[in-house]
Write a protein that binds this ligand. Structure first.
Ligand code: G2I
Length: 434
């Protein structure tokens, strides 16, 4: 279905209006039982252009006993949103958590059948009203394995995720179908496992349209957050920031950084915060949201709005930090190549594997093509890459721009990345510009 984002009259002065000016939505998780709270609803209606049901569309809520569906609370949220032109994100069709008791006690083909019937029934019921569905939520394991999380659903067979996506597509052909997870905000083993799944799905024609990065953050954002969004976008899926909340004293700056990273990638189509006021948050006592318990705008609200409006204001960290007594160590200059560009590599490594994210920066003049040479240590082998064409997978590898990232303005940057097996502790790239 077409995206429903309406800009309120006060364009540029609310989160929703400012995001709409950038072609994006700005949403929040909503709890149906709070729709009678005046302060809550006033902020919801004023600021947000998309909603996600915080709990009301989960399996335990919608199918409390097998084959009996309850949509009352989900409908309250959907109706509130649609009457005001807000988009609705559906959350979540299948998840290892929040399953009704009857499903928890099933396994094997009986569970598989019940799960796919659930997908069909819920996606069919809401057909035409949901902008994006989290078809599968949190199916990958934390840590370094890069593999699936064990669950009753996973034990029905590794293909349960693709079957769920095909089933959801059949039930609601116009909703964008998303895979949603947490601890996947930077480039790490878990997000790379998902990246590989999405790449495989695209290659085999499994219907997937978007990846949700939940972005439950604590006082900082991974330095490769934007690069991670970009690598998913480069696979041909949208990226949505789906459950953003940020704890800690640097909160306002981190909200702005997250917002700017999304705005920097055209396929990052919207941001959802996981609740309105701090008192609405599942992270009790951490105050990770944009409004305080009384509904007042916090500094994080202002920094987010400024970022949406294109401002680069840096909010001082509270409490103020004491300046270091000795100057920080100077960072060595990036390795220079002979022809007007430089390249730097950031590495994420684990036992016998790595992901390299390379930033290519033009010098004092614009460039129209580039080539980066990176010697790999023996035993290291490139297994896949994005946003560049490679020559060689071992030894001295060469990387050239693809059609859309060869032109770089003076002083500006672009990037590419690759993944490999083997042990890598540091890489020394050289860059040649065309
Ligand atoms: O855990 C944070 C989020 C992680 N990603 C998926 C999201 O769906 C998840 O949201 C949270 C909700 O914010 C909580 O409100 O999911 C929790 C369930 O795993 C929700 O908590 C549950 C409580 O555990 C239940 O006891 C309670 O009955 O909320 C239910 C409804 O208030």
């Amino acid at each position: 279905m077409a995206m429903l984002v309406t800009a309120p009259a006060s364009a540029g002065t609310t989160l929703g209006a400012s995001a709409a000016e950038k072609g994006r939505y700005f949403g929040t998780a909503v709890a149906a039982h709070k729709l009678s709270d005046n302060t809550y609803v006033t902020i919801l209606n004023r600021e947000f252009t998309s909603v996600t049901a915080e709990n009301e569309m989960k399996w335990d809520a919608t199918e409390p006993s097998r084959g009996t569906f309850t949509f009352t609370n989900g409908d309250r949220i959907v109706n509130h949103a649609r009457q005001r032109g807000m988009a609705v994100r559906g959350h979540a069709l299948l998840w290892h958590a929040q399953q009704p008791g009857w499903a928890q006690s099933l396994s094997g083909s009986a569970l598989r059948a019940a799960a796919m019937n659930h997908v069909t029934q819920v996606a069919t019921y809401y057909r035409g009203k949901i902008h994006s569905w989290d078809v599968v939520n949190e199916a990958f394991a934390d840590g370094s394995s890069g593999g699936r999380r064990d669950s009753n659903l996973q034990r029905t067979g590794n293909d349960w995720i693709e079957v769920a996506f095909r089933t959801a597509r059949a039930a609601d052909p116009n909703a964008k179908l998303c895979y949603n997870d947490y601890n996947t905000d930077g480039i790490n083993a878990k997000s790379t496992g998902i990246y590989n799944m999405v790449r495989d799905f695209k290659a085999r024609g499994v219907p997937i349209d978007c990846v949700g990065l939940q972005s439950h953050l604590s006082n900082s954002v991974p330095s490769d957050y934007q690069a991670n969004i970009q690598r998913f976008a480069d696979l041909g899926v949208d990226v949505q920031i789906t459950e953003l909340d940020i704890s800690g004293s640097n909160q306002a700056n981190v909200y702005a950084s997250v917002t700017r990273a999304c705005l920097a990638v055209s396929r990052c189509t919207g941001i959802t915060v996981w609740g309105i006021r701090d008192s609405d948050s599942w992270r009790t006592g951490q105050n990770p949201l944009l409004f305080d318990g009384s509904g007042n705008k916090k500094p994080a609200y202002t920094s987010t709005l400024d970022a949406l409006n294109g401002g680069g204001t840096t909010v001082p960290t509270t409490p103020p930090t004491t300046p270091p007594s000795t100057p920080p160590a100077t960072t060595p200059p990036p390795t220079s190549g002979p022809g007007g560009c430089t390249a730097t590599v950031s590495l994420d490594t684990w036992t016998d594997g790595f992901v390299a994210t390379v930033t290519v920066t033009a010098g004092a003049s614009a460039i129209t093509s580039w080539r980066v040479t990176i010697p790999l240590p023996s035993g290291a082998t490139v297994t896949n890459s994005w946003s560049a064409t490679t020559t060689g997978t071992t030894g001295t590898t060469q990387w050239t721009n693809v059609s859309y990232n060869g032109t770089v303005a003076a002083g500006q940057s672009t990037g590419f990345g690759f993944q490999g097996t083997g042990t890598v502790t540091g890489l020394n790239p050289t860059c040649t510009a065309g």
